[in-house]
Design a protein around this ligand. Structure first.
Ligand SMILES: Cc1cc2nc3c(=O)[nH]c(=O)nc-3n(C[C@H](O)[C@H](O)[C@H](O)COP(=O)(O)OP(=O)(O)OC[C@H]3O[C@@H](n4cnc5c(N)ncnc54)[C@H](O)[C@@H]3O)c2cc1C
Length: 579
């Protein structure tokens, strides 16, 4: 049991919430300007969700396809985002991507190399050229290791086991945050000139998800929404076509896109390579939303496997090639008693990435709340209605660097006194209002089921409304069984905070998905199957003055002439060279 009181306080210029690739890259940029920052994370330093990334990171290096360039990368990204991405963010990330990857190479990230010692690049779905740099199929882990080593060499501090659950504001601007400290079992208050949210996304609010179950539960969403920040594209959730279907504890875990990138085929239970019906040109390497919907439809038609999936088969490739190019996949399935060089894998779609998040300004990563910044999967803008595989890791690095630099340049203006003495009591009063129940994980699980059933790959109004009703009932159930936090164990307090984040994120996804009456990218409405020109805009959601949900829309600006030219050229990969 812990008392609802702050017992430790820490002052720092910049508090970075999250130590994944985005948070650490931001910290490294701030360090360059001698700005004192502190990384805090729920999990151990070096074990952020970023390590789950496997397939690769995009940069138009042209190692194998010299024709590739940043403008074509941007054009592919915008096309895949169905033109509601922020063109300024997209162009900036694509332009600086080669530099970011080379920097990482210099910092010791062991990228696979070509015979001439260039960084090797592979195909990834819906890209015009071979652009995805990789470290076998453990790219995220290799990148995070390189960033952690770099941060350690610069003595950048990180406190892990800290759960930030409330942004502190005074006179409308951010002055710090409240956290729960796992090691010392206490509440901690951080005083800081600004807070950078690098706390990841909300893909784990779905029953089947490729994230670890206790990550990506929407922490960023709750923190920014409660602070008054605008969130954009919340309805845009990416379903990856190939998640595992067994054993139980592996359901939803990712079978990397690299298996298709390296030549894998998809078959239904009748033995048909069904993608020829849905996408005869691009086949298995069409965009994730197209392939995921095709699989969902095959399963719906009754052409699925016993485990409600389809087969992914790479057995036509040489075993040595598979071991070299897909070592993680090969080893994982071997450990489970299956040799992917000899037998097909059973796969089904899984929730993989959240394109929505805080709306930020490319100038600095600033949200509309003074002193509150965001970066990484925590933000929206780069991916629009669907994310191109390999584009998330590069976004974390490029924007982490850019935002860190810009925050450092403006920090003087952000200086503040921290929470005033008079308000300290209020903070404890706030803690005293926190409540929770004894079985929060059961309610988290119920929320995930509701989302999978009512706001999944194929959506429609009746489902979405039913989902909202069920979420409301869950909130009432939670309220009815809740008691003050001093009556709960430390772990239960932690889990109730997770539940709070999950419920809010779920509600925002359902509300925005209901509002978008068209289909675009990852958001497919069976009752509005067409993409409508008048919906080429973003939905923003924020908390109104009276605590109500506020929805508004905005349109993005034009693309640059270079990118317009690349869009006109309409480059496309010759998919058949993969066969
Ligand atoms: C299985 C899988 C494979 C992927 N493969 C690829 C790929 O090949 N290429 C690609 O580009 N992308 C890939 N992605 C996506 C990519 O890995 C992520 O989008 C990216 O790593 C996000 O990095 P991040 O730094 O924004 O957040 P994360 O790595 O999620 O880090 C978030 C950090 O915030 C901390 N945190 C969260 N909440 C709180 C809180 N309340 N208080 C304190 N700390 C908190 C966490 O502990 C963690 O340290 C993949 C994703 C998955 C799930």
């Amino acid at each position: 049991m812990i008392l609802p009181e702050v017992t430790r306080e820490k002052k720092v210029d910049v508090l970075i919430v999250g130590a994944g690739a985005a948070g650490i890259r931001t910290a490294i940029a701030l360090h360059h300007y001698n700005i004192s920052c502190l990384l805090v994370s729920k999990r151990e330093f070096g074990d952020a969700h970023t390590i789950m990334a496997s397939g690769g990171i995009n940069a138009a290096l042209g190692s194998l396809d010299p024709e590739d360039n940043w403008a074509i990368h941007a054009a592919d990204t915008l096309r895949e985002g169905h033109f509601i991405n922020d063109p300024k963010i997209v162009e900036h990330v694509c332009k600086y991507a080669p530099e970011a990857v080379k920097e990482l190479d210099n910092w010791g990230c062991p990228f696979n190399k070509t015979e001439t010692n260039s960084i090797n690049q592979r195909f990834f779905g819906a890209q015009s050229f071979r652009r995805t740099c990789f470290v076998g199929d453990r790219t995220g882990k290799a990148i995070l290791d390189a960033l952690v080593d770099k941060a350690k060499s610069l003595n950048i501090p990180c406190e892990d086991g800290i759960y930030i659950f409330q942004i502190l504001k005074e006179k409308g601007r951010v002055v710090g945050a409240l956290g729960l400290d796992k090691k010392h079992k206490e509440f901690i208050r951080f005083k800081s000139s600004c807070v950078v949210l690098a706390a990841g996304g909300y893909a784990s609010i779905y029953e089947r998800s490729s994230s670890r179950p206790d990550e990506n539960l929407g922490d960023t969403i709750h923190l920014s929404y409660q602070a008054g920040a605008k969130l954009m594209d919340m309805e845009m959730v990416q379903f990856h076509p190939t998640g595992m279907t067994a054993p139980e504890s592996y359901i939803g875990r990712l079978v990397t896109e690299a298996v298709r990138g390296e030549g894998g085929y998809l078959f239904n239970s009748l033995g048909d390579r069904f993608m020829k019906e849905y996408s005869p040109e691009k086949m298995e390497l069409d965009a994730r939303d197209e392939v995921a919907r095709a699989i969902a439809k095959e399963i719906e038609k009754g052409n699925g496997t016993a485990g409600d999936g389809v087969y992914l088969d790479i057995t036509h490739k040489d075993a040595e090639f598979i071991k070299k190019r897909l070592p993680k996949m090969y080893n994982r399935f071997m450990e489970l008693g299956s040799d992917i060089a000899k037998e097909a894998i059973e796969v089904a779609p899984t929730c993989h990435y959240s394109m929505g998040g805080a709306e930020v300004d490319l100038q600095s990563g600033a949200t509309n709340v003074p002193g509150l910044f965001a970066v990484g999967e925590a933000i929206s803008g780069m991916h629009g209605a669907n994310r191109l595989g390999g584009n998330s890791l590069i976004e974390t690095l490029v924007l982490g660097n850019t935002f860190g630099q810009r925050i450092a340049e403006t920090l003087d203006f952000l200086e503040n006194e921290g929470p005033s003495a008079g308000s300290e009591q209020n903070r404890n009063e706030y803690l005293q209002t926190l409540k929770g129940c004894e079985e929060p994980l059961a309610l988290v699980q119920k929320t995930k089921k509701i989302m999978w059933k009512h706001a999944g790959i194929i959506r429609k109004e009746t489902f979405l409304r039913k989902g909202l009703e069920e979420i409301q009932e869950l909130k009432e159930e939670w309220n009815a069984c809740s008691k003050p936090i001093e009556k709960l164990s430390f772990d239960k307090i932690w889990q109730n905070l997770d539940l709070r984040n999950v419920l809010l994120s779920a509600e925002l996804v359902l509300k925005t998905a209901l509002y978008r009456r068209e289909s675009r990218g990852a958001h497919y409405r069976e009752d509005f199957p067409k993409t409508e020109e008048n919906w080429k805009k973003n939905i923003l959601v924020s908390k109104g003055e009276k605590g109500q949900f506020q929805l508004e829309t905005k349109s993005q600006g034009p693309v640059s002439p270079e990118v317009e030219k690349a869009l006109q050229r309409n480059y496309s990969l010759s998919y058949h060279q993969l066969e």
